[in-house]
Design a binder for this molecule. Sequence first.
Ligand code: 0K2
Ligand code: SF4
Length: 490
Amino acid sequence: MSGVVCAPMHLEAAALRAPGVRVLHTGMGPRRAAESARRFTGTTPVLVAGIAGGVTDSVRPGDLVVATEIDGPDGPVPLRSAPLLAGALRRLGLTVHTGPVASAESLVDGTEREGYAARGALAVDMESAQFATVPGPLAVVRAIVDTPEHPLWRPGTVRRGLTGLRSLRAAAPALREWCEAAGRGEILRASPRSFCAGVDRAIEIVERALERYGAPVYVRRQIVHNIHVVRRLEDMGAVFVQEVDEVPAGATTVLAAHGVAPSVRQAAAAKDLRVIDATCPLVTKVHNEVRRYSSRGDTVLLIGHSDHEEVEGTVGEAPEQVVVVEDASAARHVRVRDPEKVAYAMQTTLAVDEAEEIASVLRERFPAMSAPRRDDICYATTNRQRAVRAVADSADLVLVVGSANSSNSKRLVEVARRQGPPAHLVDDVSEVDMRWLAGARRVGITAGASAPPHLVEELTRCLAGLGRTTVRDSQVADEDIRFTLPREVG
Ligand code: 0K2
Ligand code: SF4
C-alpha cells in the first residue's frame, strides 16, 4: 500500500506534487491537522511534509529536518524510519538534519524558540503532533524557513520561504520512495550473524592493548574489514597503517585478524616493535597447513582470492610453492611441478558451495592431492551462509550489513542471491536505498562476521518504522566458540 504525503498549506502541497506522489492538502494549524489525521484509520503510511521554523542556528533556511521524534499525546513519539528517509534525501544532495520536531499551537518566533531548543528540538511546526497516533507508518520532513538568526516578518522572510519550498520540491523523489517503501510486512533475521569469535578476539586485543600500553597503538591494516569497527577504535586511539615501516621503532603494533606473511613479522622484529598478533587462530591453522605441505615439497593450491589480505599472508608462507586458484576454470588449467606432490588449502571466508566445486575439480585432476584434515572455511563463515540461505528462501529482499572489502559479507550477498531474492550489501542503514523495499513484504537481514550487532538492531528499528513490525529470528546453529587472548593482553 502506497503512502500519502500530507501537506498543511496549498503552497507546500503544490511544491510536493510530482509524478507518483499522492499529496493531501490537510490545512494549516493543529485543528485542521487533527481533522485530517482522523481520516487515517487503517495502516496507510503517512508522511507529513511542509515548511517550519528552526529553533537553533544549527539549522539554516532551506535545510531539511527529518523528525526522529514528534510530540504525542503522552510524550515524545519516535519516528523510526527517519535514518532511511534522511539517507535518501542526502543522496539527492540536500542538506539534512535528523532530530526532534516539536509542535506548537501557533507560529513560534523570538525568544519562544529557546524553550523548544532547550527541549532538544531542531524545528517547530503546528501540525505533526496531531498525526502522532495514526495507526500506520509515519514520517515527518520539514524545510526550514526561519531561524533564531533569521526570524519571521523580516525583509528576507519571503525569499527564505521560497527557498524552503524549493527544498521541498527537491525532496519529492525521496518522499515518493518512502511512500512506496512503507507498508506492513516482516523482518526475517538470519542467525548466527554478525561478530564471530575471531573478530571478537581481534577487537578485544586492540581495546586491551590501548588500556594496557596506552594510545597510540598501531594496527597493521584494518583489524577487521569493517569501517564502523575501525572508526570506533581510531576514536579510542588506535592508528591504522598499511605496513609496519610506518610505525615508529619500538611502538606497540597489532597485526590484523586476517594474518600476515612471515616477512611482515621479520620487518616488525627488525624495528623492535612490540607485536601483538590478532590473527584468528583458524587463519593460523591454514598457515600451519601450508607450512607443513610446502616443507615436504608439495605444491599448495590455495583456493581463494589473490587480492585478499588473508591470501596474501598465507601465500607468504611459501611464495615459491603456493599457487592461488580463484575459480573452477583456474582449477581446470592450473599446472603443478609434480602431480603426485600436491596439496590444497582454502581462504577461510569463501562461499562453501563454490569452494567445494573448485576443490572437486582439483581432486579429479590430482587424485593424490592432500587435503586439510578439517575444512578451512571456518565455522562462522559456514554458519552465516547456512543462515542467510534459510532466510533468503522466503524473503523478497535480503540486506547484508557489512563493508565492501569484507569477503565473508560479500559471499553472504551472493549466497542469498543464488536463492532467488535480490540482496544488497550495506555498511549501515544510511546506505539502504528505499527503492529496494518497494513491494518487499518480507525483508531478510543478516550481517557479516566483521559487522557490529548494533547495526543490525538499528536496521531492524528503521524497517519496523516503515511497517515491517513482525521480527522473526531464524536460527540454524548455536555458536559458543571463544578464543583465548595472546599473553601480551591476557
Ligand atoms: O571476510 P574477510 O576475510 O574479508 O574479513 P572480515 O570482514 O574482516 O571478517 C572477519 C574475518 C577475518 C578473518 O578470517
Ligand atoms: Fe576466524 Fe572465521 Fe571469524 Fe575469520 S570469519 S575471524 S576465520 S572465525
